[in-house]
Ligand binder design. Structure first.
Ligand code: ADP
Length: 319
């Protein structure tokens, strides 16, 4: 391949820029031209495509968000939209595309490949929820943002002897809640993969209070339900002074951590290698600390399960 494209799609994640930079620099290093598709699949359909040079990706490795912008695009779920996108790519002589995004974006990449246009997926989502890889770009940064917030809220919880409910991102996957809860010393962690009862939460809280604990932190992944409602139920059942903090979009932004920059660089470069080998329909990832690539279809067929030993550990450590 002599010309490839790169796009970011779906929810933005810190480290996407570092991945774009890696794609562009790796390709140019190997005499392959790179085109940026601006605005995800929406920009692909409308033909918002521009050539990128070495300097185009200068000074972005440390920035959150994505310089190529991102979008959600319903039209791309249709065959017409996908074929229109391929036409736009062909107009520029582009022969393959690196798609950086989450599982929705992967579905788009798979569709393009099935229409005969090779694409490689790079896992970019703060949720860490793509099957076939142990890590997705942005997770470490999001986690550290959440920990910073928990630490600050803990100061207030301790001073006022209060129970705090902190709602974090994670609609279907509990990784952010689980890892941040463990790292932040939370008393209880609620994740979408596991049922809970208010009685269990209150029993744990009471046990803590009986041994002299004066405050508690409860982490709730958004997929479990509204932190505000769960806080209200705990307040009514336990007669405790509870406060709720919904962290929201601060979890998606910010300068990527060193780990995210390194992973983004490795994933981005590997994706270019695969395209140079004419391997479309693949996704890159990391397993047991080794870079891997696999059929992108596997990303939908496999189910990803949360690490239950971590949930059990958090229960043991927060007694
Ligand atoms: P993420 O990639 O972060 O999971 P979304 O699920 O919103 O984000 O997907 C991003 C975009 O990918 C969608 O807006 C749409 O353009 C495209 N996409 C999602 N599902 C499909 C599909 N089944 N076929 C083709 N494109 C899809």
């Amino acid at each position: 391949m002599k010309k490839i494209g790169v796009l970011t799609s779906g929810g933005d994640a810190p480290g996407m820029n570092a991945a774009i930079r890696a794609v562009v620099r790796k390709a140019i290093y190997h005499n392959v031209e790179v085109y940026g598709v601006y605005g995800g699949y929406s920009g692909l359909i409308s033909g918002n495509i521009k050539k990128l040079e070495l300097g185009s990706v200068g000074d972005i490795i440390h920035r959150g968000g994505t310089m190529l912008y991102t979008a959600r695009c319903e039209e791309f779920k249709t065959k017409e939209g996908q074929l229109q996108g391929i036409q736009q790519l062909k107009k520029h002589g582009i022969e393959g595309v690196v798609v950086i995004g989450g599982d929705g974006s992967y579905r788009g990449a798979k569709a393009l490949t099935e229409h005969g246009f090779p694409c490689v997926g790079v896992p970019g989502t703060i949720d860490n929820d793509i099957p076939g890889t142990h890590y997705t770009i942005g997770f470490d940064t999001a986690l550290n943002t959440v920990i910073n917030a928990i630490d600050k809220i803990r100061d207030t919880a301790t001073s006022h002897e209060r129970t705090f409910i902190i709602e974090v991102m994670g609609r279907d996957a509990g990784d952010i809640a689980l890892w941040s809860g463990l790292a932040g010393g939370a008393e209880t962690i609620l994740i979408p993969e596991e049922n809970y009862t208010v009685k269990d939460i209150v029993d744990r809280l009471m046990k803590g209070y009986e041994r002299g604990k004066k405050h508690s932190i409860i982490i709730v992944a958004e997929g479990v339900g509204s932190g505000v409602e769960i806080g209200q139920k705990i307040k009514e059942t336990a007669n405790l002074d509870t406060r709720v903090s919904v962290l929201g979009h601060i979890q998606r932004g910010g300068s990527p951590t060193a780990y995210d920059r390194v992973m983004a660089s490795r994933f981005g470069a590997r994706a270019v290698e695969l395209l140079m080998e004419h391997n479309g329909g693949r996704a890159v990832g990391i397993m047991e600390n080794k870079l891997v690539d696999y059929d992108i279809v596997k990303a939908f067929e496999k189910t990803r399960s949360v690490d239950r030993s971590m949930l059990n550990l958090s229960k043991e450590l927060s007694i």
